[in-house]
Ligand binder design. Sequence first.
Ligand code: ATP
Ligand code: MG
Length: 426
Amino acid sequence: MRLSAYFLPTLKEAPAEATIASHRLMLRAGLIVQTASGIYSWLPLGLNVLSKITRIIEEEQEAIGANKILMTTIQPVELWRESGRDNSYGEEMLRFKDRRGHELLYSPTNEEQVTDIFRRFVKSYRQLPQMLFQVHWKFRDEMRPRFGIMRGREFLMKDGYSFDLDLESAKKTYKKIFDAYLTTFRRMGLVPIPVRADSGAIGGDMSHEFQILAETGESVLFYDALLLEPSLASAAERAAAYAVSQEKHNPYTCSVPPNRLRQSRGIEVGHVFYFGTKYTRAMNASIMGPEGTPIYPEMGSYGIGVTRLVGAIIEASHDEKGIVWPEAVAPFRVGLVSLHAEEAACAEASTDLYTKLSNAGIEVLYDDREERMGVKLSDMDLIGLPWQVLVGPKKLAAGVVELKNRKTGEVQELSQEGVLNFLGRP
Ligand code: ATP
Ligand code: MG
Protein backbone atom coordinates (compact mmCIF):
# COMPACT_ATOMS: atom_id res chain seq x y z
CA MET A 1 0.00 0.00 0.00
CA ARG A 2 1.26 3.45 -0.92
CA LEU A 3 0.77 5.99 1.82
CA SER A 4 0.03 8.67 -0.80
CA ALA A 5 -3.12 6.69 -1.65
CA TYR A 6 -3.97 5.55 1.88
CA PHE A 7 -6.50 7.15 4.19
CA LEU A 8 -4.34 7.71 7.26
CA PRO A 9 -5.31 10.90 9.09
CA THR A 10 -2.58 11.15 11.77
CA LEU A 11 -2.76 13.93 14.37
CA LYS A 12 0.10 15.81 16.04
CA GLU A 13 -1.82 16.29 19.27
CA ALA A 14 -4.39 14.04 20.86
CA PRO A 15 -7.73 15.64 21.71
CA ALA A 16 -7.95 16.66 25.37
CA GLU A 17 -10.65 14.13 26.25
CA ALA A 18 -8.27 11.23 25.63
CA THR A 19 -6.71 10.50 29.01
CA ILE A 20 -5.06 7.10 28.57
CA ALA A 21 -2.24 6.15 26.21
CA SER A 22 -4.21 3.75 24.02
CA HIS A 23 -7.03 6.23 23.47
CA ARG A 24 -4.59 9.03 22.63
CA LEU A 25 -2.55 6.84 20.29
CA MET A 26 -5.57 5.38 18.52
CA LEU A 27 -6.79 8.88 17.70
CA ARG A 28 -3.34 10.21 16.80
CA ALA A 29 -2.45 7.24 14.61
CA GLY A 30 -5.73 7.49 12.70
CA LEU A 31 -7.18 4.15 13.82
CA ILE A 32 -10.59 5.38 14.95
CA VAL A 33 -12.78 8.46 14.91
CA GLN A 34 -15.55 9.27 17.35
CA THR A 35 -19.08 9.46 16.02
CA ALA A 36 -20.93 9.93 19.33
CA SER A 37 -20.23 9.22 22.99
CA GLY A 38 -18.91 5.65 23.21
CA ILE A 39 -19.46 5.12 19.48
CA TYR A 40 -16.48 4.98 17.13
CA SER A 41 -15.90 4.38 13.44
CA TRP A 42 -12.87 2.38 12.35
CA LEU A 43 -10.49 3.83 9.76
CA PRO A 44 -8.31 1.67 7.45
CA LEU A 45 -5.31 1.21 9.78
CA GLY A 46 -7.53 0.39 12.77
CA LEU A 47 -9.75 -1.88 10.74
CA ASN A 48 -6.66 -3.77 9.57
CA VAL A 49 -5.76 -4.53 13.19
CA LEU A 50 -9.34 -5.46 14.03
CA SER A 51 -9.37 -7.92 11.11
CA LYS A 52 -6.11 -9.53 12.24
CA ILE A 53 -7.44 -9.94 15.77
CA THR A 54 -10.71 -11.35 14.49
CA ARG A 55 -8.86 -13.82 12.28
CA ILE A 56 -6.81 -15.16 15.22
CA ILE A 57 -9.95 -15.55 17.32
CA GLU A 58 -11.76 -17.37 14.51
CA GLU A 59 -8.83 -19.71 13.86
CA GLU A 60 -8.63 -20.74 17.52
CA GLN A 61 -12.40 -21.21 17.76
CA GLU A 62 -12.47 -23.30 14.61
CA ALA A 63 -9.51 -25.32 15.93
CA ILE A 64 -11.66 -26.54 18.85
CA GLY A 65 -14.62 -27.29 16.61
CA ALA A 66 -16.80 -24.25 17.23
CA ASN A 67 -19.04 -23.24 14.32
CA LYS A 68 -19.16 -19.65 13.19
CA ILE A 69 -22.58 -18.09 12.69
CA LEU A 70 -23.88 -14.55 12.35
CA MET A 71 -26.94 -13.61 14.36
CA THR A 72 -28.75 -10.32 14.00
CA THR A 73 -27.94 -7.18 15.95
CA ILE A 74 -31.68 -6.62 16.35
CA GLN A 75 -33.87 -8.97 18.38
CA PRO A 76 -37.57 -9.02 19.29
CA VAL A 77 -38.21 -8.31 22.98
CA GLU A 78 -40.37 -11.48 23.20
CA LEU A 79 -37.27 -13.69 23.41
CA TRP A 80 -36.14 -11.79 26.48
CA ARG A 81 -39.60 -12.09 28.03
CA GLU A 82 -39.21 -15.86 27.76
CA SER A 83 -35.91 -15.87 29.63
CA GLY A 84 -37.11 -13.34 32.16
CA ARG A 85 -34.21 -10.99 31.39
CA ASP A 86 -36.51 -8.43 29.81
CA ASN A 87 -36.94 -6.78 33.20
CA SER A 88 -33.64 -7.64 34.84
CA TYR A 89 -31.21 -6.44 32.13
CA GLY A 90 -31.97 -2.80 32.78
CA GLU A 91 -30.90 0.52 31.34
CA GLU A 92 -27.91 -0.80 29.40
CA MET A 93 -30.32 -2.27 26.86
CA LEU A 94 -31.29 -0.10 23.92
CA ARG A 95 -34.96 -0.65 23.04
CA PHE A 96 -37.06 0.74 20.25
CA LYS A 97 -40.19 0.05 18.21
CA ASP A 98 -40.63 -0.60 14.52
CA ARG A 99 -43.39 1.12 12.49
CA ARG A 100 -45.90 -1.53 13.51
CA GLY A 101 -45.22 -0.97 17.16
CA HIS A 102 -43.23 -4.22 17.67
CA GLU A 103 -40.76 -3.89 20.51
CA LEU A 104 -37.19 -4.54 19.44
CA LEU A 105 -33.78 -4.27 21.03
CA TYR A 106 -30.18 -3.96 19.88
CA SER A 107 -28.30 -7.05 21.12
CA PRO A 108 -26.23 -6.44 24.26
CA THR A 109 -25.59 -10.23 24.21
CA ASN A 110 -27.26 -13.21 22.49
CA GLU A 111 -28.01 -16.09 24.92
CA GLU A 112 -31.76 -15.93 24.21
CA GLN A 113 -31.35 -15.77 20.46
CA VAL A 114 -28.87 -18.64 20.27
CA THR A 115 -31.08 -20.77 22.55
CA ASP A 116 -33.97 -20.07 20.20
CA ILE A 117 -31.89 -21.19 17.21
CA PHE A 118 -30.79 -24.29 19.12
CA ARG A 119 -34.30 -25.36 20.14
CA ARG A 120 -35.59 -25.12 16.59
CA PHE A 121 -33.07 -27.58 15.20
CA VAL A 122 -31.55 -29.74 17.93
CA LYS A 123 -33.88 -32.47 19.12
CA SER A 124 -31.67 -35.27 20.45
CA TYR A 125 -28.73 -35.70 22.83
CA ARG A 126 -26.92 -37.36 19.92
CA GLN A 127 -26.50 -33.91 18.39
CA LEU A 128 -24.54 -32.68 21.43
CA PRO A 129 -22.19 -31.04 22.20
CA GLN A 130 -22.69 -27.89 20.13
CA MET A 131 -20.47 -24.81 20.10
CA LEU A 132 -21.64 -21.78 18.13
CA PHE A 133 -19.90 -18.42 17.97
CA GLN A 134 -20.00 -15.13 16.14
CA VAL A 135 -18.00 -11.91 15.96
CA HIS A 136 -20.53 -9.12 15.88
CA TRP A 137 -21.53 -5.70 17.15
CA LYS A 138 -23.16 -5.19 20.51
CA PHE A 139 -24.77 -2.15 22.02
CA ARG A 140 -24.79 -1.45 25.75
CA ASP A 141 -25.83 1.95 26.94
CA GLU A 142 -22.99 2.13 29.45
CA MET A 143 -23.40 4.63 32.26
CA ARG A 144 -19.87 5.96 31.73
CA PRO A 145 -18.45 5.25 28.30
CA ARG A 146 -14.75 6.06 28.53
CA PHE A 147 -11.20 5.46 27.38
CA GLY A 148 -12.28 5.39 23.74
CA ILE A 149 -13.16 1.92 22.51
CA MET A 150 -12.11 0.42 25.84
CA ARG A 151 -15.55 1.01 27.35
CA GLY A 152 -17.67 1.89 24.39
CA ARG A 153 -21.40 1.70 23.90
CA GLU A 154 -21.23 0.07 20.47
CA PHE A 155 -18.47 -2.53 20.42
CA LEU A 156 -17.37 -5.66 18.62
CA MET A 157 -17.51 -8.89 20.61
CA LYS A 158 -16.75 -12.50 19.94
CA ASP A 159 -19.60 -14.29 21.68
CA GLY A 160 -19.74 -18.06 21.84
CA TYR A 161 -22.31 -20.42 23.31
CA SER A 162 -22.10 -24.11 24.21
CA PHE A 163 -24.71 -26.81 24.74
CA ASP A 164 -23.82 -30.05 26.52
CA LEU A 165 -25.62 -33.13 27.76
CA ASP A 166 -24.49 -32.98 31.38
CA LEU A 167 -22.28 -31.18 33.84
CA GLU A 168 -19.28 -33.40 33.18
CA SER A 169 -19.36 -32.76 29.46
CA ALA A 170 -20.08 -29.04 30.03
CA LYS A 171 -16.94 -28.81 32.16
CA LYS A 172 -14.87 -30.36 29.37
CA THR A 173 -16.24 -27.82 26.91
CA TYR A 174 -15.54 -25.01 29.36
CA LYS A 175 -11.95 -26.17 29.76
CA LYS A 176 -11.49 -26.47 25.99
CA ILE A 177 -12.68 -22.90 25.44
CA PHE A 178 -10.69 -21.66 28.43
CA ASP A 179 -7.51 -23.09 26.90
CA ALA A 180 -8.38 -21.73 23.46
CA TYR A 181 -8.70 -18.27 25.03
CA LEU A 182 -5.22 -18.52 26.55
CA THR A 183 -3.79 -19.47 23.14
CA THR A 184 -5.78 -16.74 21.42
CA PHE A 185 -4.50 -13.95 23.67
CA ARG A 186 -0.92 -15.27 23.67
CA ARG A 187 -0.89 -15.30 19.87
CA MET A 188 -1.62 -11.56 20.05
CA GLY A 189 1.52 -11.00 22.10
CA LEU A 190 -0.42 -10.64 25.36
CA VAL A 191 0.01 -12.30 28.75
CA PRO A 192 -3.53 -13.28 29.76
CA ILE A 193 -4.32 -13.76 33.45
CA PRO A 194 -7.38 -15.90 34.14
CA VAL A 195 -9.24 -14.60 37.16
CA ARG A 196 -11.72 -16.76 39.01
CA ALA A 197 -15.06 -15.11 39.23
CA ASP A 198 -17.06 -17.96 40.78
CA SER A 199 -20.50 -16.74 41.46
CA GLY A 200 -22.22 -19.66 43.08
CA ALA A 201 -22.05 -22.79 45.19
CA ILE A 202 -20.43 -26.03 43.99
CA GLY A 203 -22.30 -27.33 40.98
CA GLY A 204 -23.66 -23.84 40.36
CA ASP A 205 -22.24 -21.18 38.10
CA MET A 206 -18.57 -21.10 37.20
CA SER A 207 -16.85 -18.15 35.62
CA HIS A 208 -13.42 -16.76 34.73
CA GLU A 209 -12.36 -13.41 33.40
CA PHE A 210 -9.22 -12.99 31.32
CA GLN A 211 -7.28 -9.93 32.37
CA ILE A 212 -4.33 -8.10 30.80
CA LEU A 213 -2.16 -6.27 33.31
CA ALA A 214 -2.21 -2.50 32.75
CA GLU A 215 -2.01 0.44 35.14
CA THR A 216 -4.97 2.03 33.38
CA GLY A 217 -7.19 -1.06 33.72
CA GLU A 218 -10.54 -0.80 35.45
CA SER A 219 -10.20 -4.01 37.52
CA VAL A 220 -7.98 -4.54 40.56
CA LEU A 221 -6.54 -8.01 40.85
CA PHE A 222 -4.32 -10.12 43.01
CA TYR A 223 -2.36 -12.84 41.34
CA ASP A 224 0.34 -15.42 41.82
CA ALA A 225 3.73 -14.20 40.53
CA LEU A 226 4.23 -17.64 38.98
CA LEU A 227 1.67 -16.74 36.34
CA LEU A 228 4.08 -14.23 34.86
CA GLU A 229 7.18 -16.35 35.31
CA PRO A 230 6.36 -19.57 33.54
CA SER A 231 9.95 -20.76 33.89
CA LEU A 232 9.47 -20.97 37.66
CA ALA A 233 6.43 -23.15 37.60
CA SER A 234 5.40 -26.58 36.45
CA ALA A 235 2.34 -26.73 34.25
CA ALA A 236 0.33 -28.05 37.18
CA GLU A 237 1.45 -25.28 39.50
CA ARG A 238 0.61 -22.73 36.87
CA ALA A 239 -2.83 -24.19 36.32
CA ALA A 240 -3.50 -23.87 40.05
CA ALA A 241 -2.29 -20.28 40.15
CA TYR A 242 -5.29 -18.51 38.69
CA ALA A 243 -5.67 -15.07 40.07
CA VAL A 244 -8.37 -13.81 42.36
CA SER A 245 -9.90 -10.41 41.92
CA GLN A 246 -10.11 -7.99 44.80
CA GLU A 247 -13.78 -7.25 44.40
CA LYS A 248 -14.84 -10.79 45.00
CA HIS A 249 -12.21 -12.35 47.25
CA ASN A 250 -10.17 -11.42 50.22
CA PRO A 251 -6.58 -11.80 49.00
CA TYR A 252 -5.45 -12.92 52.45
CA THR A 253 -7.74 -15.92 52.37
CA CYS A 254 -6.58 -17.07 48.96
CA SER A 255 -4.23 -19.97 48.55
CA VAL A 256 -1.31 -18.07 46.99
CA PRO A 257 1.70 -17.94 49.34
CA PRO A 258 2.12 -14.32 50.53
CA ASN A 259 5.62 -13.96 49.03
CA ARG A 260 4.21 -14.75 45.59
CA LEU A 261 1.10 -12.58 45.85
CA ARG A 262 1.12 -9.57 43.52
CA GLN A 263 -1.39 -6.78 43.08
CA SER A 264 -2.10 -4.96 39.84
CA ARG A 265 -4.76 -3.38 37.71
CA GLY A 266 -6.11 -5.19 34.70
CA ILE A 267 -8.19 -4.86 31.56
CA GLU A 268 -10.86 -7.54 31.13
CA VAL A 269 -10.53 -8.82 27.57
CA GLY A 270 -12.50 -12.03 27.91
CA HIS A 271 -15.07 -13.76 30.07
CA VAL A 272 -16.16 -17.39 30.18
CA PHE A 273 -19.30 -18.44 31.96
CA TYR A 274 -21.04 -21.71 32.74
CA PHE A 275 -24.63 -21.29 33.86
CA GLY A 276 -26.25 -24.70 33.42
CA THR A 277 -29.84 -24.97 32.32
CA LYS A 278 -30.92 -21.40 33.07
CA TYR A 279 -31.92 -20.54 29.49
CA THR A 280 -32.73 -23.98 28.16
CA ARG A 281 -35.29 -24.41 30.97
CA ALA A 282 -36.74 -20.92 30.83
CA MET A 283 -37.06 -21.10 27.05
CA ASN A 284 -38.23 -24.69 26.94
CA ALA A 285 -35.31 -25.93 24.84
CA SER A 286 -35.51 -29.55 25.99
CA ILE A 287 -34.22 -32.39 23.81
CA MET A 288 -34.47 -36.17 23.95
CA GLY A 289 -32.01 -37.56 26.51
CA PRO A 290 -30.20 -40.93 26.51
CA GLU A 291 -32.86 -42.50 28.77
CA GLY A 292 -35.59 -41.60 26.31
CA THR A 293 -36.89 -38.77 28.49
CA PRO A 294 -36.51 -35.04 27.76
CA ILE A 295 -33.50 -33.26 29.26
CA TYR A 296 -32.41 -29.61 29.38
CA PRO A 297 -28.93 -29.09 27.89
CA GLU A 298 -26.23 -27.39 29.98
CA MET A 299 -25.05 -24.07 28.61
CA GLY A 300 -22.10 -21.76 28.81
CA SER A 301 -21.29 -18.45 27.16
CA TYR A 302 -17.89 -17.08 26.23
CA GLY A 303 -17.06 -13.50 25.32
CA ILE A 304 -14.02 -11.67 23.98
CA GLY A 305 -13.94 -7.89 23.68
CA VAL A 306 -12.60 -7.60 20.13
CA THR A 307 -12.53 -3.80 19.90
CA ARG A 308 -11.37 -3.53 23.54
CA LEU A 309 -8.44 -5.82 22.65
CA VAL A 310 -7.02 -3.21 20.28
CA GLY A 311 -6.84 -0.79 23.21
CA ALA A 312 -5.48 -3.45 25.56
CA ILE A 313 -2.71 -4.41 23.14
CA ILE A 314 -1.67 -0.76 22.81
CA GLU A 315 -1.75 -0.26 26.60
CA ALA A 316 0.57 -3.25 26.89
CA SER A 317 2.82 -2.26 24.00
CA HIS A 318 3.72 1.38 23.31
CA ASP A 319 6.46 3.90 24.09
CA GLU A 320 6.74 7.68 24.13
CA LYS A 321 6.87 7.80 20.32
CA GLY A 322 3.81 5.72 19.62
CA ILE A 323 2.38 2.25 19.22
CA VAL A 324 4.62 -0.84 19.08
CA TRP A 325 2.52 -3.55 17.40
CA PRO A 326 3.23 -7.21 18.11
CA GLU A 327 3.88 -8.83 14.71
CA ALA A 328 0.76 -11.00 14.79
CA VAL A 329 -1.66 -8.08 14.89
CA ALA A 330 0.32 -5.33 13.16
CA PRO A 331 -1.69 -3.58 10.43
CA PHE A 332 1.35 -3.97 8.11
CA ARG A 333 4.55 -5.82 8.90
CA VAL A 334 6.87 -3.28 7.30
CA GLY A 335 6.93 0.49 6.84
CA LEU A 336 9.11 1.51 3.90
CA VAL A 337 10.16 5.16 3.97
CA SER A 338 11.59 7.00 1.03
CA LEU A 339 13.45 9.64 3.03
CA HIS A 340 13.88 11.97 0.04
CA ALA A 341 11.00 11.08 -2.25
CA GLU A 342 11.61 14.29 -4.21
CA GLU A 343 14.96 12.90 -5.42
CA ALA A 344 14.60 10.60 -8.39
CA ALA A 345 17.26 8.09 -7.33
CA CYS A 346 15.80 7.72 -3.85
CA ALA A 347 12.24 7.42 -5.14
CA GLU A 348 13.24 4.85 -7.76
CA ALA A 349 15.19 2.66 -5.37
CA SER A 350 12.35 2.83 -2.83
CA THR A 351 9.69 1.94 -5.37
CA ASP A 352 11.83 -0.93 -6.62
CA LEU A 353 12.19 -2.31 -3.10
CA TYR A 354 8.46 -1.82 -2.49
CA THR A 355 7.64 -3.89 -5.56
CA LYS A 356 10.04 -6.65 -4.52
CA LEU A 357 8.78 -6.79 -0.94
CA SER A 358 5.16 -6.84 -2.10
CA ASN A 359 5.90 -9.57 -4.62
CA ALA A 360 7.45 -11.61 -1.82
CA GLY A 361 4.06 -11.48 -0.06
CA ILE A 362 5.24 -9.08 2.66
CA GLU A 363 2.69 -6.52 3.89
CA VAL A 364 4.29 -3.14 3.33
CA LEU A 365 3.08 0.40 3.89
CA TYR A 366 5.22 2.52 1.57
CA ASP A 367 5.63 6.17 2.57
CA ASP A 368 6.14 7.64 -0.91
CA ARG A 369 4.91 11.11 0.11
CA GLU A 370 6.97 14.19 -0.67
CA GLU A 371 6.93 15.21 2.98
CA ARG A 372 9.65 16.37 5.35
CA MET A 373 11.82 13.51 6.56
CA GLY A 374 11.10 14.32 10.22
CA VAL A 375 7.36 14.09 9.67
CA LYS A 376 7.68 10.77 7.89
CA LEU A 377 9.89 9.25 10.56
CA SER A 378 7.67 10.38 13.43
CA ASP A 379 4.53 9.16 11.65
CA MET A 380 6.19 5.80 11.13
CA ASP A 381 7.12 5.55 14.82
CA LEU A 382 3.61 6.66 15.79
CA ILE A 383 1.82 3.96 13.79
CA GLY A 384 4.23 1.39 15.18
CA LEU A 385 4.81 -1.16 12.39
CA PRO A 386 7.29 -3.80 13.62
CA TRP A 387 9.93 -3.11 10.92
CA GLN A 388 10.98 0.08 9.19
CA VAL A 389 13.05 0.19 6.03
CA LEU A 390 14.60 3.63 5.58
CA VAL A 391 15.88 4.50 2.12
CA GLY A 392 18.06 7.63 1.87
CA PRO A 393 20.42 8.95 -0.82
CA LYS A 394 23.61 8.80 1.28
CA LYS A 395 23.23 5.20 2.34
CA LEU A 396 22.06 4.27 -1.14
CA ALA A 397 25.31 5.61 -2.55
CA ALA A 398 27.07 3.20 -0.20
CA GLY A 399 24.83 0.38 -1.45
CA VAL A 400 22.75 -0.02 1.71
CA VAL A 401 19.42 0.86 3.32
CA GLU A 402 18.56 0.90 7.01
CA LEU A 403 16.38 -1.72 8.66
CA LYS A 404 15.02 -0.59 12.00
CA ASN A 405 13.29 -2.70 14.62
CA ARG A 406 10.51 -0.49 16.04
CA LYS A 407 10.51 -2.24 19.42
CA THR A 408 14.23 -2.26 20.20
CA GLY A 409 15.20 0.71 18.05
CA GLU A 410 18.07 -1.38 16.72
CA VAL A 411 19.21 -0.38 13.20
CA GLN A 412 21.08 -2.60 10.76
CA GLU A 413 22.53 -1.57 7.43
CA LEU A 414 21.75 -4.06 4.73
CA SER A 415 21.79 -4.27 0.97
CA GLN A 416 18.38 -4.34 -0.69
CA GLU A 417 18.92 -8.06 -1.24
CA GLY A 418 19.73 -8.40 2.45
CA VAL A 419 16.49 -6.68 3.47
CA LEU A 420 14.49 -8.97 1.23
CA ASN A 421 16.19 -12.03 2.66
CA PHE A 422 15.76 -10.84 6.22
CA LEU A 423 12.07 -9.96 5.92
CA GLY A 424 11.33 -12.89 3.63
CA ARG A 425 12.07 -15.25 6.50
CA PRO A 426 8.85 -16.29 8.24
P1 ATP B 1 -17.31 -5.21 32.05
O1 ATP B 1 -17.20 -5.73 33.45
O2 ATP B 1 -16.02 -4.65 31.51
O3 ATP B 1 -18.50 -4.33 31.83
P2 ATP B 1 -18.86 -7.46 31.22
O4 ATP B 1 -18.68 -8.45 32.30
O5 ATP B 1 -20.07 -6.63 31.17
O6 ATP B 1 -17.56 -6.51 31.15
P3 ATP B 1 -19.25 -9.49 29.21
O7 ATP B 1 -20.71 -9.35 29.19
O8 ATP B 1 -18.66 -10.69 29.81
O9 ATP B 1 -18.61 -8.17 29.82
O10 ATP B 1 -18.70 -9.28 27.72
C1 ATP B 1 -17.60 -10.01 27.17
C2 ATP B 1 -16.42 -9.11 26.87
O11 ATP B 1 -16.82 -7.97 26.11
C3 ATP B 1 -15.78 -8.49 28.10
O12 ATP B 1 -14.86 -9.39 28.68
C4 ATP B 1 -15.11 -7.25 27.54
O13 ATP B 1 -13.82 -7.59 27.02
C5 ATP B 1 -16.01 -6.86 26.40
N1 ATP B 1 -16.84 -5.70 26.77
C6 ATP B 1 -17.87 -5.67 27.65
N2 ATP B 1 -18.41 -4.45 27.74
C7 ATP B 1 -17.70 -3.67 26.87
C8 ATP B 1 -17.78 -2.29 26.50
N3 ATP B 1 -18.68 -1.49 27.02
N4 ATP B 1 -16.90 -1.83 25.57
C9 ATP B 1 -15.97 -2.65 25.02
N5 ATP B 1 -15.86 -3.94 25.33
C10 ATP B 1 -16.71 -4.46 26.25
MG1 MG C 1 -20.55 -4.67 31.59
